[in-house]
Design a protein around this ligand. Structure first.
Ligand code: HEM
Length: 391
């Protein structure tokens, strides 16, 4: 069953879409202001981080602290959402070398991981940014419906067309999808019906991390995930956004059973790849002035993309953390890691050789355990083609 699509949620999506597409921005701003006003007058506060309204992908034209008192919590459909502690992802059912087990007739495919590695190596050699895209793809898959390749679907079990790929964090932004499709096609030719798309996404993120870190990051990525059959654009609201503040970020990760330290650690992936100017041009004045001037010169318009890190933009290293300290972080969600709660970790990651790399390995392994589906789960399958469910 698709989730409820209530009026307010739809309105918000429309606002997001308008912003995302870079069209009708004035209308979107007015609408957002109206939503804030309505929420203010009509009930409990609508906060930045509110699941329905402002998940951090929309920069509010009004930032009124009265709307978001400290410790306030998200609201869903008008009801206050208490943050219930979520257990750590267990990863039960996953195993290292999952496809190398000769005794399993349904999953034996010893070439699978090698095929993914080859596909990723070729793609990253041609364009390192694809590696960044693959790491992000894994994050966006696992945070929404768990690591079940729902992010790849264009055709779902319920014939829903508005899939995660259409969600604001993903639309016109995901990279590396063709690498997953190419690897899947080869794997299906070698051993049909055995290797899930969710595992291919996870292995690809592991391999991209290894290549882009010059083999300094070695993630022990288990296999055994099954693919899901549903995907909904509005569920991408569970992803934090570039305008998210510290509390929202921590809440978003906590809601997936991840810790504040893992949030800080995984944010270090912003040391590679690129970002659109729309997501940070409002905060030039908060940045290191020389850095801001350099960015301003690069940002012709909102859709221009710039490197997220400027010293070693194609290397997955700890440089991001020094940028956070030096006021050279792009997004609000990066800059707020300077806050009291997280600065200790940022400083340690920036200064202690090897510390961040080891933490990143463990955090990626845990990310890969979120909400996994196994054979026993209803509606779980091994897709034949990664962008559509089996018939
Ligand atoms: C902590 C909250 C996070 C926020 C708010 C966030 C937000 C964003 C945004 C807005 C972009 C630019 C997208 C665009 O302009 O199209 C981006 C890029 C990226 N993000 Fe994040 N992200 C977060 C966490 C993560 C995590 C946990 C990972 C991976 C472990 C990650 C990996 C990346 C990568 C590699 C890119 C560059 C992608 C590319 O060049 O194609 N991010 N992120």
């Amino acid at each position: 069953m698709p989730p409820d699509r209530t009026e307010p949620e739809q309105t918000t999506l429309d606002v997001h879409t308008a912003i995302y597409l870079g069209r009708e921005k004035k209308m979107a701003t007015k609408l957002a202001a109206l939503i804030v006003l309505a929420a203010f007058l009509g009930g409990p506060p609508a906060c930045e981080g509110d699941i329905i309204c402002f998940n951090g992908w929309l920069r509010l034209p009004i930032q009124d602290p009265r709307l978001c008192p400290p410790g306030s919590r998200s609201r869903i459909n008008g009801r206050t959402r208490a943050l219930v502690p979520v257990p750590r992802p267990s990863g039960l059912g996953l195993g290292l070398g999952y496809y190398n087990n000769r005794s399993s007739r349904t999953s034996y495919c010893p070439r699978a991981e090698g095929i993914v590695r080859d596909a990723v190596s070729k793609a990253v050699a041609a364009q390192p940014g694809i590696g960044a895209g693959l790491i992000r793809l894994f994050f966006h898959d696992c945070f929404v419906r768990g690591c079940d390749a729902s992010v790849l679907l264009t055709t779902t079990n319920s014939n829903n067309r508005d899939t995660e790929r259409e969600g604001n964090p993903n639309k016109n932004s995901l990279r590396g999808l063709e690498v997953i499709d190419a690897a899947k096609a080869k794997i299906e030719a070698a051993c049909p019906g055995r290797v899930s798309c969710a595992d291919i996404v996870a292995f690809a993120a592991r391999d991209a991390s290894s290549i882009l870190s010059n083999r300094r990051i070695n993630i022990r990525m288990s296999g055994g995930r099954y693919d899901g059959r549903e995907s909904f654009a509005n569920e991408t609201d569970q992803l934090p956004g570039p305008f998210s503040g510290a509390t929202v970020l921590l809440d978003n990760f906590k809601a997936k059973g991840l810790t504040s330290e893992e949030m800080v650690t995984l944010s270090g992936a912003h040391t590679i790849g690129r970002a659109r100017c729309a997501f940070f041009s409002s905060r030039f004045s908060e940045m290191d002035p020389a850095f801001a001037a350099k960015l301003k010169a690069q940002c012709n318009d909102d859709d221009t993309k710039v490197d997220q890190e400027h010293v070693t933009p194609e290397v997955l290293d700890k440089h991001y953390y020094q940028d956070v300290i030096d006021g050279k972080a792009l997004f609000t969600s990066d800059a707020v890691l300077n806050s009291a709660e997280t600065i200790k970790q940022v400083t340690e990651n920036a200064n202690k050789a090897g510390a961040w790399e080891r933490k990143f390995e463990r955090a990626m392994e845990n990310l890969g355990k979120i909400g996994i589906k196994t054979k026993a789960d209803k509606g779980a399958e091994i897709r034949k083609v990664c962008w559509k469910v089996n018939n």
